[in-house]
Design a protein around this ligand. Sequence first.
Ligand code: BGC
Length: 782
Amino acid sequence: MGFAARTTTIVAALLATTACATAQSAPVERAAPAAAQAAASTGTVPIQPAQPAWAARDAEMDRFLDELIGKMTLEEKVGQLTLLTSDWESTGPTMRDSYQEDIRAGKVGNIFNAYTAGYTRDLQKLAVENTRLKIPLMFGYDVIHGHRTIFPISLGEAASWDMEAVEKSARVSAQEASAEGIHWTFSPMVDIARDARWGRISEGAGEDVYLGSRVAKARVEGYQGDDLAATDTVLATVKHFVGYGAAQAGRDYHTVDISERTLRDVYLPPFKAAIDAGVGSIMTAFNEYDGVPASGSKYLLTDVLRDQWGFDGFVVTDYTSINEMVAHGYAKDLEQAGEQALDAGVDMDLQGAVFLEHLGDSIAKGRVTMDQVDTATRRVLEMKYRLGLFEDPYRYADEARQEATLYKPEFLEAARDVARKSMVLLKNEGDTLPIVAGAQSIALIGPLADSKPDMIGSWAAAGDRQTRPVTVLEGLKARAGRGVRVEYAKGASYEFADASKTDGFAEALEVANRSDVIVAVMGEKWDMTGEAASRTSLDLPGNQQALLERLVATGKPVVLVMMSGRPNSIIWAEENVSAILHAWYPGTQGGHAVADVLFGDYNPSGKLPVTFPVNVGQAPIYYDMKNTGRPIELGAPGAKYVSRYLNTPNAPLYRFGYGLSYTDFAYSPVSLSAPSMGAGGSITASATITNTGKRAGAEVAQLYVRDLVGSVTRPVQELKGFEKVMLQPGESRTVTFTLRPEDLAFTRQDMSHGWEPGEFRLWIAPSSGADASTPVTFTITE
Ligand code: BGC
């Protein structure tokens, strides 16, 4: 039995949930010093359970489901708890090849990696026309950053800091995916990622809790719209619950060992934000938390998710993660793993077929109850009902709609717009960019300059990698029509094995030498980030660095366009090239978007959602670190016995929130509405941003706060708000942020969630750690 204390009030539940809570362990009480207890006794902020509109009780649905479940055999119920891949694609090991047989036999109620109106209708028919109870299938798919029309990778979208753009991308994804028969996407991925070695850093919104939570909400709202039953929305899945981004040494699937406090303050909030936004399903993670694999953690899946947060949707595992509990050393065999998973709170087994093959025995042996099976079955069937599948199982399978929907011109335009909004200008010495009319010829060099497959990055759903994507060469040629010559040479390779080759260099240098400006498009191959794509080096792979150095040696201005799904260590480029634009993997229209930015048709406005380290040795690195007892500022330059490296500065190459524009912005001092606030109160902080340059541009003003003293140590800065403002040359706008004590809540020493009275520093700035604005102080009173 798990946590004994199933308290009804949320506050009590929070106080009761201490570290080490697992299916087997007893709660451990933590004594907090008296002073901390006193501080913590005020300002407790209860965690509100989510109340999405779709979760409203529906008496007719309840009657329908009671009757249906009443008729179902155990095997039919287990079928609803099973999700298998079709043979179209696979993102992991395939456990059963007989999925069509399984559908006919009612052994599988959900399929993923199958799409198109025609194919999903055929499979749906197998279920509806062959099974006794005619329960429709639910079709899931990894629609992560676009379905057919591919948007920038998720990390790139987050770099736009533009929640309308992020929501739009999810909306278009839902429209295209649902037109191809898909009901359900395995997105958004909201794992906080602070280690650039981890390949899946590309799939989330980066390192920050606040930005990550805002992006999570925007994505859920974009996918689900305000009506789950509408045929152009899809059910969303927030994943991977939880802590997956903390894989040790950045190695995918590796052990996670984080404190309960870090879990609560850093890794959980984006999930809560998605749930508050109404997400209908949640996917477990591959990793363990506190020694228990996430798919077997009753603490995570029941105590936190259901009891504290009031989550009403269903829980699906990650790919074969129930099976993997055996390899983790948590279950002795698959049968036990299935029991542990169901008992923990898993409703659906993704691809592992553990429920399918073993739950019957577990029931027979009395190790799980029919009530547990019924609860999970009801959660899955409820979602099918709410999607409207019982009304019409074929409602999403409509060829005419499919034909009219995919690659709509407005979708392609949206993809281009989000792509240019996602790009981050990292350096622009002497206004090298935008490329001015005076440049008669451009040398376009590099393995990513004309590579269609790379443009759309990893997890590109049904995106066409071979023909649709517009490369940078195509984009520049289309734009440069006005008398500019664009000459291309691949020059280098990103393949690890080609590190010492130089065979393409001569041609690239010839082209470079006869051009006015060199645009080098370099970075990583599309599958060097994403799942199972961790690296121990963040350097440019292959022989790209060597060619870049030769290009710079020509003395011509070199613009580096980076395509990559992670922060790379490009300090040499920062010190030697003229301009750097980070373009992520920009999607189907990426080449046009790069051209828009390089030629100044669009003024870049992206800001980094992750810190870029100087080198891999700084990883993990993130902006909201703790000060430590020996911060480097305490010592003279080079001093010993302070927290520093001997050979690398502590400061990153590029800070979180950093990004340049073709214009300049000035920040006024911050003004506060009041010097203090108390319980129930709020203050506003304002600053005026002025475009002091010559071009229109958008700036992301960022609000940072530092809680100076806490019952536990606090980060040196935390993002608490941001606003993107568009300004004409000479124009000023005042940005105003409202802060309440609740916005400054954290997990206090006694593990309660709340704020503490005391002094805070606040500033509004163009990036983290920036000193464009002098901090002001305010207090929260007792
Ligand atoms: C990934 C998930 C994905 C699932 C289904 C897993 O390997 O971790 O993110 O949704 O496969 O394709």
